[in-house]
Design a protein around this ligand. Structure first.
Ligand SMILES: *[C@@H]1O[C@H](CO)[C@@H](O)[C@H](O)[C@H]1NC(C)=O
Ligand SMILES: *[C@@H]1O[C@H](CO)[C@@H](O)[C@H](O)[C@H]1NC(C)=O
Ligand SMILES: *[C@@H]1O[C@H](CO)[C@@H](O)[C@H](O)[C@H]1NC(C)=O
Ligand SMILES: *[C@@H]1O[C@H](CO)[C@@H](O)[C@H](O)[C@H]1NC(C)=O
Length: 367
C-alpha cells in the first residue's frame, strides 16, 4: 500500500513537464487553425463577442418583450362576413397568435398593411371594392369559404388580389372548416351509445341536387331521420347530443369541388361521433384530410341500394363498426371554427411573410 503514493508522485513530476509541453504545442496549433478559420469565413463574429452579448437576463427579457409588443401588421377587414360582427382582438387569447391589429374601420385603409375582402360581401358590384388608390405594398387578400358554385363574379377580382385565403389546400392562406389534431398521448376513445341509424340535417333543400337525389334513393332501403326546415327540429344546443345517437351521418356537401369539405363533416358528423357518409369531392380528395377508415364515401358503392345493404351489415357487426373510430385514439377532430379562427390564420400566415403576387384570374384556379 505504501508503495503506491511514491509511485504516484514520481509519475506526477514526470507527467507535469510532459503535459506542459503537450499543451503548449496544442495551443500553438489551435492558434494557427483559429487564424485560418478567421481569414476563411464569417466565424469571426463567433469569436468576437460584442458588448451587447453581456446583457443581463433581465435586460434580455425586456428586449424580447418589446419585440412582441410592436404594433405589428394592420389588417383591415373591409366588410363583416355576411354582415355579422364579432370581436377582432381575440387571436392572442384563443390561439396565442399575436402581432396583428385587426380593424373593420375603413378610415384605416391608407395605413393598412393588408385588406381582407370577403368575397360574398364585395362580389355584387365593383363599387363594393375599395375605390381609393392602393397604398404602396398594401396586400389585398381574397377570402372565401363558399364553393365555386356559390361564388359569383370571380372575374371582378382579376388583377387585384395578392393572396388567396380559403379552404383550398393550395391557398396562400389555407383556412379549412376543420382538421385533425394529433393527441400528445393516445387516448381510449369511447363511442357514445347508439340507438338510431342514419341522420341528416339539411338547410337548403334543392330537389334537383345530387345530394337530395341520393337521399331519395337511399331512403328506399334504410331509415333516415332528416332535420331542418320542414323536417324534424334540431336545436343548436342539442345538435351534438342528438346526432351522437346515430351510427351514421350524411355529410353531403351542396356542391362537389376540390377540398370543399365543410362543417357538415367536421362538426356535424365527427364532433358528434357519427360515422360520416360523404358526398362531395372524390374519396382520394377526402383522404388528403382524413384517414381512409374514418368515413364512408358514396362512390365506395355502385348504388345507394348497395350502400344501404352495407350499412345494415355494419348495424349487426359492432366490431366492424368500431373500426371507424380506431383513428380517434391518436387524433381528434377540430371543427368549431368561426370567423375569428380564420382571421387569426391570416395573421399567422402574414407574419411568416408569404410570397405575394398578383393573381390575374381567380376563376382559372377556383373551380
Ligand atoms: C447594443 O445595444 C445598444 C443599446 O441596447 C444598441 O443601441 C446598439 O445598437 C447595440 N449594438 C449592437 C452592435 O447590437
Ligand atoms: C386504456 O384502456 C386500457 C384497457 O382498459 C388500459 O389498460 C389503459 O391504461 C387505458 N389507457 C388510457 C390512456 O386511459
Ligand atoms: C320546432 O321548434 C320551434 C321553436 O323551438 C317550435 O316553434 C316549432 O313548433 C317546432 N316544430 C316542430 C315541428 O316541432
Ligand atoms: C398586389 O397586387 C397589385 C394589383 O395587381 C399590384 O399592383 C401589387 O404590385 C401587388 N403587390 C405585391 C406586393 O405583389
Amino acid at each position: 500500500m505504501h508503495d503506491i503514493p511514491a509511485m504516484e508522485s514520481n509519475t506526477k513530476s514526470y507527467s507535469l513537464r510532459q503535459i506542459f509541453v503537450f499543451f503548449f504545442i496544442q495551443i500553438v496549433i489551435s492558434f494557427f487553425l483559429f487564424t485560418l478559420i478567421q481569414t476563411n469565413g464569417d466565424s469571426k463574429l463567433v469569436f468576437c463577442p460584442s458588448k451587447n452579448d453581456s446583457l443581463s437576463e433581465g435586460q434580455l427579457r425586456t428586449s424580447i418583450k418589446d419585440e412582441n409588443e410592436k404594433p405589428g401588421l394592420i389588417i383591415l377587414l373591409w366588410a363583416w362576413p355576411f354582415g355579422g360582427q364579432f370581436p377582432l382582438d381575440k387571436c392572442p387569447e384563443l390561439y396565442g397568435i399575436s402581432g396583428c391589429q385587426f380593424t373593420a374601420d375603413r378610415s384605416w385603409y391608407n395605413r393598412a398593411d393588408a385588406v381582407i375582402l370577403h368575397h360574398r360581401d364585395v362580389c355584387f358590384s365593383k363599387k363594393q371594392l375599395p375605390q381609393d388608390p392602393r397604398p404602396l405594398n398594401q396586400r389585398w387578400i381574397w377570402f372565401n369559404l363558399e364553393s365555386p358554385s356559390h361564388s359569383p363574379n370571380l372575374d371582378f377580382m382579376n388583377d387585384l388580389i395578392n393572396l388567396t385565403m380559403s379552404y383550398r389546400l393550395d391557398s396562400d392562406i389555407f383556412t379549412p372548416y376543420g382538421w385533425l389534431e394529433t393527441l400528445r398521448e393516445p387516448r381510449n376513445f369511447s363511442i357514445p351509445p347508439k340507438s338510431k341509424m342514419v341522420a341528416w340535417a339539411v338547410s337548403n333543400w334543392n330537389p334537383s341536387s345530387k345530394r337530395v337525389k341520393y337521399y331519395e334513393e337511399l331512403r328506399k332501403y334504410i331509415k333516415i331521420d332528416v332535420f331542418g326546415q320542414g323536417h324534424m327540429n334540431l336545436s343548436r344546443e342539442k345538435h351534438h347530443e342528438t346526432i351522437s345517437q346515430y351510427k351514421f351521418y350524411l355529410a353531403f356537401e351542396n356542391s362537389q369541388h376540390q377540398d370543399y369539405i365543410t362543417e357538415k363533416l367536421w362538426s356535424n358528423a365527427l364532433l358528434s361521433s357519427a360515422v360520416p357518409i360523404v358526398l362531395g369531392s372524390t374519396r382520394e380528395n377526402y383522404e388528403r384530410f382524413l384517414p381512409r377508415e374514418a368515413f364512408i364515401h358514396v362512390d365506395d358503392f355502385p348504388s345507394a341500394q348497395e350502400m344501404a345493404a352495407y350499412l345494415l351489415e355494419l348495424e349487426k357487426d359492432n366490431e366492424r363498426y368500431q373500426n371507424y373510430f380506431h383513428w380517434q385514439s391518436q387524433k381528434q377532430p377540430v371543427g368549431r371554427t368561426n370567423w375569428i379562427t380564420h382571421l387569426c390564420k391570416a395573421c399567422q400566415t402574414l407574419r411568416q411573410s408569404p410570397t405575394y403576387r398578383t393573381i390575374s384570374s381567380l376563376s382559372k384556379w377556383y373551380k
